[in-house]
Design a protein. Structure first.
Lengths: 344, 293
């Protein structure tokens, strides 16, 4: 980035000023909303954090994992269960859950070292279903399919949704800034190198195993932290909040926002959760619309909404090379339909 | 006890084998996996419900309807996903088929009722069960029909691949798509046929399975995973491997549910997928080339 003169716009969007400003605006607006809208907003904020983590794994490192909802779930369960069974305070439970799930997520790299692409997707899918099975069937600890009441958190005399909202907003903002900064360092660029061509990355001295492990560990830790906050927000943890359908919703959020973009991780969850609330009445229509959205984005707008917004706002996409990086296995400037028309 | 478990295990396993056949056909010709296969299977079950229960025709009339529905879905999926049916778009294709699976599931929900609606399809055939070896093996006729139907489909598939020109085309495209195109094989036609065939075989599996179980809109994905497990165990490119993998999975499931616990039954498919992918990525019947990981 040093060779081009950054525009004023990119200085503002590229530094910590704009995210923190937006977070402040969201905080002021959020605390003035009615409880239902505040709950919705908090869900969005928590999912933004979750999708940032998923994006590190899927968008930046190119590992197609289906186990993210399961990790999110383990985080929520661990946080809730530590409080319920062992009377641990929320903050300690949350940290313990984060560290524990980070370990589990790191183990998830073992299949990823041997498998890639579709095969990794299926293997992680099997893990995710197995985790869901454990949550449902290990009734003596997890309370089974019915779920359990997770204790709420309260700070500074606010009610539980407001507390969850503020904690989530602060941690999501910090998480956004940290991850964005991380991805701009050489450390973060190694993720992209491994995604684009693992062999070439290895030839250039990137330790592929270490990079994949870091990506899984980082995204798992973020997922667990988000899960812990989610349990505090919901006040009730049940297996169906973390099933395959939720995983697919997360994929939709990532793809709609834009794989491998930081801004996309904010737009995607916001759009999907608002739409989900609108369609709450009809499960069938919800599935049809989300399914069509996923197909439509993959076919016609594979890089998601974030690059589109960037182009519309007139900012040159070159200022942030990370955002321009191509999706897994296809050049950034070509849509699949175009490639097909060339008949190659 | 063992014989009953084995019989129903084999019957279930043949159904898994059919789904696995669909997985194998598509992955052989197009190097792709279609997550909406399980939902087309559910659609097959629901279509047969409409024909048999709502319209009151016999099970024989349901067969062509199910096949036509699957044919239509196959053509539609192919036209929609055609730009992605290339090796370099494998992951994008996977994600798009997840979207397709959502759409089909949503349509089933809209047409055949709300969430949690379980529908029962009457047995396709009724009569006394088949008794072999002085009552040591008792096979309900429904299971016998399931096995027969599945075996018939498997035979048709094998003959198709061995002896028809299109089958030959498919094998050549699977072997080397570029070379196949250069010698003038219509690769688009082949990919289209692979998609259609894999969905037809799934829908027929749904039709055969429907009377033995309750049908509901969400049934598809779990069954697809089982079929996928069967395909992986058999080596993803082998047709006989798919069937053997299916039977293996069916019998394992029933043995686990009979001797360990009925809840653990659901786990066996995932364990099998995981073990097969990590330790035997070529499967039982896969050739040397099949490891694409």
């Amino acid at each position: 980035m040093s060779e081009t003169k950054p525009s004023l716009l990119s200085v503002v969007t590229g530094s910590w000023v704009l995210p923190v400003f937006i977070a402040c605006v969201v905080a002021v607006v959020g605390l003035g909303l009615n409880p239902y809208l505040l709950f919705l907003l908090t869900r969005i904020v928590i999912f933004v954090m979750l999708i940032i983590g998923l994006n590190v794994l899927m968008g930046y490192s190119g590992q197609l994992s289906f186990a993210h909802a399961a990790l999110f779930g383990i985080g929520a369960y661990a946080t809730g269960l530590l409080q319920v069974h062992l009377d641990v305070p929320f903050a300690i439970a949350l940290c313990a859950a984060t560290v524990g799930v980070m370990g589990v997520g790191t183990l998830m790299v073992l299949p990823a070292l041997r498998l890639s692409g579709i095969h990794l997707a299926i293997a992680t899918l099997a893990i995710a279903q197995a985790v869901h099975w454990v949550l449902v069937n290990w009734t003596s600890v997890t309370f089974g399919a019915g779920g359990f009441r997770a204790p709420a958190i309260r700070l500074f005399g606010l009610d539980k949704t407001e507390t969850a909202f503020l904690v989530a907003l602060v941690s999501t903002t910090i998480c956004y800034l940290l991850v964005r900064q991380l991805l701009r360092t050489s450390f973060g660029r190694r993720f992209i190198a491994v995604r684009d061509n693992a062999v070439a990355a290895a030839a250039n001295g990137v330790n592929v195993t270490a990079v994949k492990t870091m990506a899984f560990a980082l995204s798992a830790a973020i997922a667990a932290f988000a899960g812990g906050l989610y349990s505090a927000l919901l006040g009730f943890v049940a297996p169906e909040s973390f099933n395959l359908e939720q995983m697919i919703l997360m994929k939709i959020m990532t793809v709609v926002g834009g794989l491998g973009t930081m801004v996309g991780a904010v737009i995607g969850p916001a759009l999907v959760i608002v739409l989900q609330e609108q369609l709450r009445e009809s499960q069938g229509w919800l599935e049809i619309i989300f399914g069509s959205m996923l197909i439509g984005f993959v076919l016609f707008l594979p890089s998601g909404l974030a690059p589109l917004l960037k182009r519309l706002s007139g900012q040159s996409a070159r200022t942030e090379t990370v955002a321009l990086a191509p999706r897994t296995g296809q050049p950034a400037d070509r849509k699949p339909a175009v490639m097909n028309a060339e008949g190659n | 006890m063992l014989s009953v478990l084995l019989a129903s295990g084999v019957a279930n396993g043949l159904i898994y084998g059919l789904i696995a056949l669909g997985v194998v056909v598509l992955s052989k010709a197009a190097n792709a996996f279609n997550f909406s296969q399980g939902d087309v299977m559910a659609l097959g079950g629901f279509a047969s419900y409409s024909v048999i229960v709502s319209m009151g025709y016999g099970p024989v009339a349901a067969v062509p309807i199910v096949v036509i529905v699957a044919l239509f879905m196959g053509l539609l999926s192919y036209l929609l996903l055609r730009p992605l049916m290339k090796a370099e778009h494998a992951v994008a294709l996977l994600i798009a088929t997840i979207g397709l699976s959502f759409v089909i599931k949503g349509m089933i929900r809209l047409v055949w009722g709300g969430r949690g609606d379980y529908l029962a399809v009457p047995p396709l055939i009724s009569g006394p069960p088949l008794i072999l070896f002085d009552g040591k093996i008792i096979v309900p006729l429904q299971y016998l029909l399931m096995m027969g139907g599945a075996l018939l489909m498997i035979m048709l598939f094998t003959l198709f691949f061995r002896f028809t020109r299109l089958g030959l085309f498919m094998r050549s495209v699977a072997d080397n798509p570029r070379a196949a195109q250069i010698v003038g094989i219509p690769t688009h036609l082949v990919l289209c046929c692979a998609m259609v065939l894999s969905l037809i075989v799934s829908a027929v599996a749904g039709f055969l399975l429907a009377p033995a179980t309750l049908i509901y809109p969400d049934m598809g994905f779990a069954l697809f995973l089982k079929g996928f497990a069967a395909a992986i165990v058999g080596g993803v490119t082998s047709l006989p491997g798919a069937v053997v993998g299916g039977i293996l999975l069916g019998v394992t499931e029933l043995l686990v549910s009979g001797y360990i616990s009925s809840q653990a039954q659901e786990l066996s498919a995932f364990v099998l997928i995981f073990v097969a992918l990590i330790f035997f990525p070529r499967g039982l019947f896969g050739g040397r080339k099949s490891r694409s990981v």
